[in-house]
Design a protein around this ligand. Structure first.
Ligand code: COI
Length: 355
């Protein structure tokens, strides 16, 4: 259990108006959580303070060797007016998995959730109420020791910031167009692809920039070895409905284990679908499209929720999916996942936590 000191701001910011469009991650709330880690001492000085710049030594190791972990979660304005979190323990577990891979210290699951709840409580008035909005929670850890030798840092900051958000993609729930990337790769087996760390995201930017020139909002990554099997989209995991079977790439070590991915797998199984977590090649997708059995494609992610895909561009050939419309199952998943998150339907899985 953390002993969290709270210092409230004397200069509260103006909240966005209910009808202001909330671009993803551009507005930040009044407060932030921060605690420090020192090797031999552990985590200490947990505090909630007014939102402010961090003071870091220019030699802090995060700047040089990228030792950092980040997470993404959301707080929702529930139908009964309470503030709800979705599967926070899953995020805590994944954060620790990333920390383990990057030689960073663990945070007790209960402490991680306590810190998030405490900060969201302080800034509860920032949870937006309009449909399709939420308070995005961004916990992250950075290496702060001033040192240029390459080895794990001995000091860290764990920080949480909050941002009221609308849809991640400007398209909202309208289907996105995705570029199947053949030149660049995101991650290889044995690397850090399954860790939630900045390095994986910067690795994706060049390809995304190039795909954007052709009008594609996201890139679908293929495996690093054969450039044949589908991996993930970077900001989301990916699902295919071929015939009545749901297929998503198996977690091989180079793919992020998404919380929404896991949620979708559970729901689809409960609804009677066969769900296969396995390798799926671009050739198999092309064949299914040719035979008319590729029914739907969608991405899943905390920020993106469920994002239908209306077109895949394979080898410079656009392949329309579901006539570019939202598929029936994608819509059902979106409706169900958001209904659970907002407390509109009974939480039979125990996924929702009241702040
Ligand atoms: C999330 O879905 O929360 C993510 O972290 C993806 C992101 C890069 C916005």
């Amino acid at each position: 259990m953390l002993d969290i000191k709270i210092e409230k701001t004397k200069e509260p910011k103006i909240h966005p108006k209910e009808d202001d469009p909330l671009a993803f991650g551009t507005i930040f709330t009044d407060h932030m959580f921060i605690m420090d880690y020192t090797y031999g001492q552990g985590w200490h000085d947990a505090r909630i303070v007014p939102y402010q710049p961090l003071m870091l030594d220019p030699a802090a190791m995060v700047f040089h060797y990228g030792q950092e972990m980040f997470e993404g979660m959301k707080a929702y304005y529930g139908v009964d007016g309470s503030t709800l979190l979705f599967r926070p323990e899953k995020n805590a577990q994944r954060a620790n998995h990333t920390c383990h891979r990057l030689c960073m210290p663990n945070i007790e699951e209960l402490d991680y959730i306590q810190a998030i709840k405490a900060l969201v409580k302080v800034d509860e008035s920032w949870v937006p109420t309009k449909e399709g909005t939420s308070l995005y929670i961004r916990p992250y850890m950075i290496a702060t020791e001033p040192r240029l030798g390459v080895r794990p840092s001995q000091t860290y900051h764990f920080v949480i910031i909050l941002s009221p958000v609308g849809a991640y993609y400007p398209e909202g729930l309208d289907p996105v167009k995705i570029w199947v990337e053949e030149n660049y790769i995101r991650a290889a087996n044995g690397g850090i692809g399954e860790a939630k760390t900045g390095g994986n995201y910067v690795a994706s930017m060049k390809a995304q920039e190039e795909a954007a020139k052709y009008g594609y909002s996201q890139v679908l990554w293929l495996d690093a070895k054969e450039k044949k099997y589908v991996e993930e989209v970077g900001a989301m995991n990916i699902f295919f409905k071929i015939g009545e079977t749901i297929i998503t790439p198996q977690l091989t070590g180079s793919i992020l284990p998404g919380v929404t991915r896991d949620t979708c797998i559970s729901l689809c199984k409960e609804w009677g679908y066969t769900v296969e977590e396995r390798r799926i090649s671009i050739g198999e997708l092309e064949m299914a499209a040719k035979e008319g059995t590729l029914k739907e494609v969608w991405g899943t992610g905390t920020a993106a929720v469920i994002s239908p895909v209306g077109e895949l561009n394979i080898h410079h050939h656009p392949l329309k999916v579901a006539d570019g419309e939202i598929g029936e199952l994608s819509q059902r998943l979106y409706d169900t996942v958001t209904a659970i998150q907002l407390g509109k339907i009974e939480d039979v899985h125990g996924w929702v936590l009241k702040v």
